[in-house]
Design a protein around this ligand. Structure first.
Ligand code: CDP
Ligand code: CDP
Length: 214
């Protein structure tokens, strides 16, 4: 039976980590949709275009190829901030809808994580998770990642980045970060990645069990 798992949540809540683990567990493909917006921003920056150039951003989004998402160049902190600027453009979002839905529509299903998966991209997903954690805990996670990579980092500046990005994502008029009415909230403030994975598995099995009964 095909199963689509939609995971949404704010920056550094653990969506990507959880998505990867659930995908491996269920043998499903996984798409971190933040990479799409990061790739659009990266394209503009590499081409010397302004980040607020809607026509250039839309053209970059239309030309995006899922097979050619270069992870390493897209992962940095600055690219997350740049991604949230192009992600607020309705024409950029529109250009990326078909590609995400095609990914979700694979025969066995898929796991997608982002900001609008349960609300816009896959409103009919079998299971919707909304992953959260306090802004302070999320900033600590990002800080730990940077330190582990040997990059100097200031926790207060990261917290400020996270708050600014959350606000931009939640307040934009098109596909804002929002909890779908049928999403299951998963607060990971006091959970490590193993704990979040176990809690998500519990939610998924109870949702699927109640489906089978009805
Ligand atoms: O990993 P992190 O949560 O920091 O960021 P990301 O998921 O890679 O997303 C980067 C930015 O892309 C977000 O701040 C959003 O503005 C945007 N995004 C979006 O608008 N919709 C999505 N489905 C995924 C990301
Ligand atoms: O995709 P998103 O930006 O929501 O977060 P992530 O990149 O999956 O996770 C950010 C960092 O938090 C990673 O280093 C994870 O190992 C760590 N973490 C987690 O993913 N889940 C927890 N419950 C606790 C920590």
């Amino acid at each position: 039976m095909a199963m689509i798992i939609a995971i949404d949540g704010p920056a550094a809540s653990g969506k990507g980590t959880l998505g990867r683990r659930l995908a491996a567990h269920f043998g499903l493909p996984h798409l971190d949709t933040g990479l799409l917006y990061r790739a659009v921003a990266h394209h503009l920056i590499s081409a010397g275009e302004a980040l607020d150039d809607v026509a250039a951003a839309t053209a970059a989004a239309r030309a995006l190829d899922l097979q050619r998402l270069d992870d390493a160049a897209l992962r940095g902190r600055a690219m997350g901030e740049a991604a949230s600027i192009v992600a607020a453009m309705p024409s950029v979002r529109e250009a990326l809808v078909a590609l995400q839905r095609a990914f979700a529509g694979q025969p066995g299903g898929a796991v997608l994580d982002g900001r609008d998966i349960g609300t816009v991209i896959c409103p009919g997903a079998d299971v919707k998770l909304f992953v959260t954690a306090s802004a302070e805990e999320r900033a600590r996670r990002r800080w730990r990642e940077l330190v582990a990579r040997g990059e100097p980092a200031d926790q207060a500046a990261i917290l400020e980045d996270i708050r600014r990005r959350d606000q931009r994502d939640a307040e934009r008029p098109t596909a804002p970060l929002a909890v779908a009415s049928d999403a299951h909230r998963l607060d990971t403030t006091h959970l490590d990645a193993d704990g979040a994975f176990a809690a998500a598995l519990g939610i998924i099995s109870s949702v699927m069990a109640s489906r089978t009964k009805s």
